[in-house]
Design a protein around this ligand. Structure first.
Ligand SMILES: NC(=O)c1ccc[n+]([C@@H]2O[C@H](COP(=O)([O-])OP(=O)(O)OC[C@H]3O[C@@H](n4cnc5c(N)ncnc54)[C@H](O)[C@@H]3O)[C@@H](O)[C@H]2O)c1
Length: 270
C-alpha cells in the first residue's frame, strides 16, 4: 500500500541530522522514497546520498544542489537554528538558506513537485507586520536579504521570531506564483517539540512561557508528529493544499483565536 505515493519519489531533506528533519528523512526512507539529505552534521541514516553543507554559505548550497542533480519530486526544508545562535546566523539558516535551497531546487522540479518548510507558532504575529515582512521577502537573493537584515539589526532582534514570520509570508506569496507551474509550497507551524533544539529554548525561555505554548493539549509534540504533517503536505494526497501555514500545535492557535488558552505568561510583566 503506497497511499501517500512516495515509492521511488526522489526527495531532498535539509536538516536531516536531528529532530524533525531526521524523523522526516527516516519516515520517507520507510515509505520507499529515494532520500537525499543535507546537513552540516553527518547523518546516521542510510540515505541515497548525504551532502555535508553549511547552509550559512550560499555557494555551498549551490554546489550541494548541483551535486544532487536530476529530478527532485519533493523538498523538505527542515534545517533551523534557535535563538541561542547569533541572530544573523539564525536569519541565514532559517530564512535566507531555506529560500536559496528552494530556488536552486526549483529548476529540478516539474509539475506535481512540492515543497514544505518549517515555520513555528513563534511566527504567529506575522499578520501584524506584513509591510515590514514584504520588504524582507522582496529581497530576491540570499545576499540582499542578509544586507537588509544587517541594516535592520534592531528589527531582526534575536532573529528567531522574524525568521519564522518571514517564512510564513514568503510561503503565502511564493505559492501563488509556483502553482502556475504546478508546484505547491506550504509551511508548518509546529508547537514545542521534543528535539535537540528544545534544550536551547529551555535555556533562553522561562518554563511558564514554554508551557503556555503547549496549551490546550498539555504535552510537547514528538518529531515524528511534525514529520507526518510535512510528509502529508508534500504528498500527492495534498494536491489542493497550497500556500498554507499549517499549525501543528495541538490546538494552540485555535485556542488563541477563540480565547481558550491563557496567554498571560506571554505578556511582559507590568
Ligand atoms: N523543536 C521545537 O520546539 C520547534 C518548534 C517550532 C519550530 N521548530 C523548527 O523546526 C525546525 C527543525 O528543528 P528541530 O526542532 O528539529 O531542531 P534540531 O536542532 O534537531 O534540527 C535542526 C537541524 O538543522 C541543522 N542545521 C542547523 N544549522 C545548520 C547549518 N548551518 N547548516 C546545515 N544544517 C544546519 C542541524 O544540524 C539539525 O539537523 C527548525 O526550523 C526549528 O526552528 C522547532
Amino acid at each position: 500500500m503506497d497511499y501517500l505515493g512516495y515509492k521511488n519519489k526522489r526527495v531532498l531533506v535539509s536538516g536531516c541530522f536531528s529532530g524533525m528533519g531526521e524523523a522526516t528523512a527516516r519516515q520517507l526512507v520507510a515509505l520507499g522514497a529515494e532520500v537525499h539529505g543535507f546537513d552540516y552534521k553527518e547523518t546516521a541514516l542510510d540515505l541515497a546520498s548525504f551532502t555535508q553543507v553549511d547552509l550559512r554559505d550560499p555557494a555551498a548550497i549551490d554546489a550541494a544542489v548541483a551535486g544532487i542533480g536530476g529530478k527532485v519530486d519533493a523538498l523538505f526544508n527542515c534545517a533551523g537554528l534557535p535563538q541561542t545562535s547569533a541572530p544573523m546566523d539564525v536569519m541565514k539558516v532559517n530564512y535566507a538558506a531555506m529560500r536559496r535551497v528552494t530556488e536552486q531546487v526549483l529548476p529540478l522540479m516539474s509539475t506535481g513537485g512540492a515543497i514544505a518548510c518549517i515555520s513555528s507558532t513563534a511566527g504567529m504575529g506575522w499578520s501584524r507586520k506584513i509591510p515590514l515582512l514584504m520588504e524582507l521577502v522582496g529581497k530576491d537573493s540570499f545576499e540582499s536579504a542578509m544586507q537588509w537584515c544587517e541594516a535592520n539589526a534592531e528589527t531582526v532582534n534575536e532573529g528567531y521570531t522574524l525568521s519564522k514570520e518571514a517564512i510564513i509570508v514568503w510561503t503565502m506569496l511564493t505559492a501563488a506564483h509556483l502553482i502556475k507551474r504546478g508546484i505547491r509550497l506550504n509551511c508548518t507551524l509546529p508547537g514545542p517539540t521534543q528535539t535537540p533544539m528544545m534544550n536551547h529554548f529551555e535555556s533562553k525561555t522561562q518554563a511558564a512561557v514554554l508551557n503556555a505554548f503547549i496549551q490546550p493539549i498539555d504535552r510537547r509534540s514528538t518529531p515524528e508528529e511534525q514529520a507526518a504533517a510535512l510528509i502529508f503536505l508534500n504528498s500527492d494526497k495534498s494536491s489542493y493544499i497550497n500556500g498554507v501555514a499549517l499549525p501543528v500545535d495541538g490546538g494552540f492557535l485555535g485556542g488563541v483565536a477563540t480565547g481558550q488558552v491563557d496567554l498571560s505568561a506571554l505578556m511582559p510583566a507590568s
